[in-house]
Write a protein that binds this ligand. Structure first.
Ligand SMILES: CC(C)(COP(=O)(O)OP(=O)(O)OC[C@H]1O[C@@H](n2cnc3c(N)ncnc32)[C@H](O)[C@@H]1OP(=O)(O)O)[C@@H](O)C(=O)NCCC(=O)NCCS
Length: 202
């Protein structure tokens, strides 16, 4: 596995909603095969990525660092996902789930353990935040143990559920497990034990 880091400024959108073809690398002159191998591509999720997203989730779900999801839920929500790919291999993923007019959740943000600390998680999170901004969301929620990482990316810890009574009542009608976790419903509390509730105002 390449250990080439990510230069944040080297990552750019391609006019496809900012999701595809984000690359880390010089991008100048003819690229050698090694450069191409080292480049990080951030693109929209595809159905063929779901098996790999499943593996990334399964890496962290047993210790409850990530909330598990049924595979069918991953297929149903594949359009919410972006993935980071290097050398043809998916090494990270993340999703943005819109919950209300002004509110979305970053979920299932995961990077292959062998490439942690190279900025890949940061690039994925930045892309999801860009996406949230573009579609009009004003606040992004996250349930996580990774408080330092999310704090560096503008999130702060919150208590409770940051919506008013009426929106709470509407959100109760959702079948989405993540929304139930956001609402801190009793039946899902065992899943979220120890997770921190974090919010970023855009
Ligand atoms: C959270 C997670 C996605 C971060 O992924 P990552 O690729 O390691 O993230 P980054 O490399 O951008 O940042 C990690 C650290 O490396 C450091 N770093 C970033 N770029 C770097 C670089 N080029 N060189 C050296 N260090 C770097 C950062 O300072 C950062 O420190 P911080 O965590 O204190 O903020 C990853 O740890 C993970 O998969 N965790 C398990 C799943 C999870 O908890 N997800 C969140 C809830 S949805």
């Amino acid at each position: 596995m390449s250990t080439t880091g990510v230069s944040g400024s080297g990552v750019s959108g391609s006019g496809t909603g900012g999701f595809d073809n984000g690359r880390a690398g010089t991008g100048v002159g003819a690229a050698s095969p090694a450069d191409v191998e080292a480049r990080l591509v951030v693109r929209r999720g595809r159905t063929s990525d779901v098996r790999r997203i499943r593996e990334l989730i399964d890496t962290y779900a047993p210790e409850r660092r990530l909330l598990s999801k049924a595979t069918v839920t991953l297929y149903e929500s594949v359009q919410e996902f972006i993935v980071a790919e290097r050398g043809g291999e998916v090494i990270g993923c993340g999703g943005l789930h819109v919950m209300w007019e002004d509110l979305a959740e970053v979920r299932t943000l995961a990077v292959e353990p062998s490439v942690h600390g190279q900025g890949i998680g940061g690039v994925l999170l930045d892309r999801l935040i860009e996406r949230a901004t573009r579609i009009g969301v004003k606040r992004v929620f996250c349930l996580t143990f990774e408080t330092a990482f999310f704090t560096r990316h503008g999130f702060h810890e919150i208590e409770g559920t940051p919506v008013d009574h009426d929106v709470f009542a509407q959100l109760l009608q959702s079948y989405d497990e993540g929304v139930a976790e956001f609402l801190e419903l009793e039946r899902v509390k065992p899943n979220t034990l120890g997770n921190h509730r974090m919010l970023r105002v855009l």
